[in-house]
Design a protein. Structure first.
Length: 382
């Protein structure tokens, strides 16, 4: 639940409320990561021998931020998990500086480089909760590429500057990248360009006004064409404009794909090793939550994936949401049997975020009381 609760915090709040309504319930907490906030720490905690390595890197507005990446043991050497949200996430962008035309993924490239320094030759980049829309340009710069205008000058940070991009000079790219397997765990529904391009879909959420959305869309079109023209091997990827996942994290997917990264559905990468289907099959009721339940939920969001898997197993799903948006009813088609908002009354957003644990726990308690009432009615009529 963005900017309020991590997956673990949300799971604990739901459990707290459920146990108030049914003290004897057996609850299996499964905090799910989708590549966004908390991914690196969650995977380190789930993997024996996993560690978190702290670093100082360039944040999304250009200031240094304290961040981290995970290092996991692997059969062929250490595997690094770089969580883009930990260094370029929206939560790291102050509200008064939310302009996705200026924010940068430079810190993501710095963390990839730090992972290479730590000996990793397999790097998993988790995409999600980004505060950027630069197509991964900042990350490529941190890895050694130069982005030049028509006069041969380096471009400043940010997606808007890509409108002036004349040429990418890849000569300085870190040579270790050629020996590294880059895997990007991303939402395959996100594409870089076009009517459903990442600037148009997510730009407003990151602070872009309508005119800025169109500027960013044009800038990312130019970026995609430049990658294919100037970066060796980029053309072999496929369609950087429209292929699944290219729009992940403000287009970071496209930038890393140009370097040879594989863009993979994030749940295939992150959830299957949790044996999630077996855990769902053993449940009588699944409770999930999201900051905003709306028509985007079925398109690669955690509750949508949970609902699909639970529906296939015949397990009912209850979803709790900070807000219920347009198209929320469409989630019933993918397996959400019932949903409810968590706010007890209209409150200002800062208060809602600050009291998210309380509101979510109370909503879980209310919802389960309703479920139990329905069960008693059904039993009485049987």
């Amino acid at each position: 639940m963005k900017e309020s609760l991590s997956a673990s915090d949300a799971a604990e709040a739901i459990a707290e409320g459920l146990l108030r309504a049914a003290p004897g319930a057996e609850i299996d907490l499964v905090p799910l990561v989708d590549g966004g906030e908390g991914t690196a720490r969650a995977l380190a905690a789930l993997t024996p021998g996993g560690t978190i390595l702290p670093r100082l890197a360039t944040g999304p507005v250009g200031d240094p931020v304290e961040t981290h990446f995970a290092l996991l043991p692997g059969p062929d050497g250490p595997v690094a998990v770089v969580e883009m949200a930990a260094v370029a996430g929206l939560s790291l962008v102050p509200h008064d500086r939310r302009d996705p035309g200026l924010t940068t993924t430079h810190g993501v490239g710095e963390l990839i480089r730090a992972a290479l320094d730590a000996g990793a030759r397999r790097v998993l980049v988790g995409c999600g909760d980004s505060g950027t829309s630069d197509g991964g340009a900042g990350a490529l710069r941190a890895l050694g590429a130069r982005l030049l205008d028509a006069d041969g000058r380096e471009l400043p940070h940010g997606g808007r500057a890509l409108l002036r991009l004349h040429r990418i000079d890849p000569a300085g790219l870190d040579p270790r990248l050629a020996e590294t397997e880059l895997l990007v765990a991303c939402n395959p529904f996100n594409v870089l360009c076009g009517p459903r391009g990442v600037a148009r879909v997510f730009g407003p959420q990151k602070g872009a006004a309508p005119i800025q959305v169109e500027e960013l869309s044009a800038a990312l079109e130019r970026w995609a064409a430049s990658l294919v023209r100037d970066v060796p091997g980029a053309a072999a990827f496929g369609d950087l404009r429209n292929d699944p996942g290219t729009g992940a994290s403000g287009g970071l997917g496209a930038g890393l794909a140009a370097l040879g990264a594989r863009l993979l559905p994030r749940f295939d990468v992150l959830l299957d090793h949790l044996d999630l289907d077996a855990r769902l099959a053993g449940a009588d009721l699944v409770v999930t939550a999201e900051g905003a339940l709306d028509r985007q939920t079925p398109n690669g969001k955690v509750p949508g994936e949970v609902a699909r898997r639970a529906k296939a197993l015949g397990v009912p799903v209850l979803a709790l949401a900070g807000t219920i948006g347009e198209g929320a009813h469409e989630t019933r088609l993918i397996g959400v049997d019932a949903y409810s908002g968590i706010l007890p009354a209209p409150v200002a957003l800062p208060e809602a975020l600050a009291r998210a644990h309380e509101f979510l726990a109370d909503a879980a308690e209310r919802a389960l009381h309703m479920v139990l009432l329905g069960s008693r009615l059904a039993a009485a009529r049987a």
